[in-house]
Design a protein around this ligand. Sequence first.
Ligand code: ASP
Length: 582
Amino acid sequence: MYRSHSCGELRPSDINKEVTLSGWVQKIRNKGFMIWVDLRDRYGITQLIFDEERTPVAVVEKAKTLGREFVIQIKGTVIERESKNKNIPTGDIEILVTDLNILNDAIVPPFTIEDETDGGEDIRMKYRYLDIRRNPVKNNLMFRHKVGMLVRNYLSNEGFIEVETPYLIKSTPEGARDFIVPSRMNEGQFYALPQSPQTFKQLLMVGGMDKYFQIVKCFRDEDLRADRQPEFTQIDCEMSFVEQEDILSIFENLTRHLIHEIKGVDISDFPRMTYDEAMRTYGNDKPDIRFGMKFGELNAVAKHKDFNVFNTAELVVGIAVPGGASYTRKEIDKLIDWVKRPQVGALGMVYVKCNEDGTYKSSVDKFYDQEDLAKWAETTGAQPGDLICVLSGETNKVRAQLSALRMELAERLELRNPEEFAPLWVVDFPLLEWDEDTQRYHAMHHPFTSPKPEDITLLDTDPGKVRANAYDLVLNGNEIGGGSIRIHDKETQALMFDHLGFTPEEAKAQFGFLMDAFQYGAPPHGGIAFGFDRLVSILGGQETIRDFIAFPKNNSGRDVMIDAPATIDQEQLKELHIKLSI
Ligand code: ASP
């Protein structure tokens, strides 16, 4: 038996017990006549004492050979500790060692295995298994497990069945590139790794499974942005005989349940906002509603004077920054520089200081009088003491710019409290989205999303105006889930493919299996998928999803620990019928 207890378990009530422990050597303090060792495992740390007077000489001698991260097994007696450590649960006791067995030695680790380590990100990624020994990483993985269990239990209790869907499939369009796997047995043919189990979960509905879920890996070969992983995990769900409302209500409850169980917070408000409203009031389809600073559209009160910049703009829009009237000229100039950075791209910014005495001082006083500015304040909800920041230009661009400014200011003003949770649904997304590069419409969610029946006639006349039965779940400014009610009849699906620029032959070649299935009695159905990594990191109160993934890839999509991707040898290439041209 390697151990009778874990290293996190023993307490004063265990004093005088003979125990066996196994673990890693965290720390050694050698005072000559006495050696203390901190023994660590997943459960905690227990202090061992090798005492020349009470421990057999041979054992003390062996203890002198120990190094950091050696794996050892000890036998000993639990005794009361003289200088107690109130910071750890085992801090009242220690083990007087009577026997030591070195199970494995260890070379010196490249960074310290402590909560605060001296290792940088790169080295910790290369030796991820050592990083996992550290509490912050270990705790994150345990936290991820906990969230996973809560989700599984919740959905299972709601009657959902977890079904595994294949990883070697044919392309499913979710807007990214596929990862491709060559087939050895079918020369010149390739599998694709799923961008999501979308078509399979729909086929499970045709198969009568009724309520499906899966915590599942998805693969998307996208250009990597910071904190995006080429493989990531979704909580993927699908239900039959449901309308949008049924789905929103189940997953709203799941979200409440998770936040309640993990944070002890009861969510009272769970608003729903149309996509149009989100764009109008926050310039963003995933608004952070923990704080105000809502957009005030100023066209009606700013376009009637001689200020040409505004007169020629499609949209003039502003936000009120709480307390911003006290910003110095220099601070405001810095803010203007910030919005003019290429990443934001505004051409300039007009501002109005709302003085405490009720007067206004603006950068456009030449054109606007106090009465005009009072209307701006009213429209943006600015109070005395606030600063109104106004941008103008083409609607979509200016909204994105002001949204970036809003988030930046909220960050600076510390309005984004990680302990506060403000979820909402954004609904009625557009069905299609114009793509400048390819000069055609793309499905905004995916091609299986159903248009709102009342909008179908617009498909021919004004496709960009067609709304979808699609929804996103947004938490603290992050999209954590998205889904839709699906098309479940062959004709509408064919119509949709047609509008997306597929010829009937292409549609048949790529999605014939789904269209065929729709002829055999497909129930009305819909679903949603949550980004599990992101959800866990938000609930864990941290920013980066990498911290919650056991073996993440770096920002260039590499696993630096196993060194992948990597070349393969000629023999393998030949078997796969692949000739490299490089
Ligand atoms: N398959 C979709 C996605 O990955 C989710 C859904 O529509 O259920 O975003």
